[in-house]
Ligand binder design. Structure first.
Ligand code: NCD
Length: 306
């Protein structure tokens, strides 16, 4: 049985195949509309979410399956002190596949050890978010035609942003990717990402503090929210919260074929005037999130659609 806990659980080849399937689904949704009839997805969300949970539920419903689950730990047995191991053992009796989001790093991995059904990591603390990565890769590939040969700027909270960590981990495997890391000094990527991901793969990267310094050279700009809930004190958050903001004015210096991505939710790091710019791709990215999760559910349930 296969799970998706870490972006590296799928090889480059498997990732490309999954994105091919997501493209097929995007082109003809109707064709897949009964593929998971009679199957059940459980969404176990111990931490707030809108897009990820709803896009998982939408994906299963669009495949003709059903969904059950909880959207917060407060209204599940977790509030009574139940362990993740026990919860997943029980959920394995009720559903065929599950997506889990948890504030603790590694919780979905632990769940996968006790589970009788495939477990999908829908975000674990500041660690990984592999299905957002698949969404990001699908969007980049559709915009650029391939996943190689790009200069990508990652901007904002690179320290706590799990979407950034997962995306970098996956992208270093593709040819000729140049990373530009844009953040205040305190929110730079953790050392393990610098050493085990960038340096290990000899990926060219630069660390800068402002968007203006690098805007003209980017093919992809990946904006992120400052992760307020992962700060240890309010003071640091208040000091850093407005440090990287993309405006229509700053975009004037960018390439005509730049694509701006954001995993969402946005707070104030992209001003509303950017939404009108054809280079803003973040709502399209949210749509791709449904297609890629449909493809993932089919793959993990080993459902073949000719
Ligand atoms: C992200 C997450 O939960 O890490 N959101 C998402 O899944 N689309 C990004 C964020 O919360 O800032």
């Amino acid at each position: 049985m296969k799970h998706l806990i870490d972006p590296l659980d799928f090889s480059v080849e498997e990732t490309q195949e999954l994105l091919d399937l997501a493209d097929r689904i995007a082109a003809d949704r109707e064709h897949f509309s009964q593929a998971c009839r009679g199957r059940i997805l459980a969404t176990l969300f111990y931490e707030p979410s809108t897009r990820t949970r709803l896009s998982f539920e939408s994906a299963m419903l669009r495949l003709g399956g059903s969904v059950l689950g909880f959207a917060s730990a407060d209204n599940s047995s977790v509030a009574k002190g139940e362990s993740v191991a026990d919860t997943i053992r029980a959920v394995s009796c009720y559903a065929d596949i599950c997506a889990m989001r948890h504030p603790k790093e590694g919780a979905p991995l632990v769940a996968s050890h006790y589970s009788g059904i495939p477990v999908i990591n829908a975000g674990d603390g500041g660690h990984q978010h592999p299905t957002q990565t698949l969404t990001d890769l699908m969007t980049i590939r559709r915009k650029r035609g391939s996943l190689g040969g790009i200069t990508i700027g990652l901007c904002g909270d690179l320290k706590f942003g799990r979407t950034v960590h997962s995306l970098m981990k996956s992208l270093v495997r593709f040819p000729e990717i140049r990373f530009v890391l844009i953040s205040p000094e305190e929110l730079r990527v953790p050392d393990y990402i610098r050493q085990d991901v960038l340096q290990k793969h000899h990926a060219p990267y630069r660390e800068v503090e402002t968007l203006e310094q690098v805007m003209p050279e980017l093919d992809i700009l990946y904006m992120t929210r400052i992760q307020k809930e992962r700060f240890f004190n309010e003071e640091d958050y208040v000091r850093l919260k407005d440090s990287c903001i993309l405006t229509a004015e700053k975009l004037k210096a960018a390439k005509a074929d730049l694509s701006v991505l954001h995993p969402l939710p946005r707070v104030n790091e992209i001003t509303a005037d950017v939404d009108e710019d054809p280079r803003a791709a973040y709502f399209e990215q949210a749509q791709n999130g449904v297609y890629v999760r449909m493809a993932l559910i089919l793959k993990l349930l080993e459902v073949e659609v000719c």
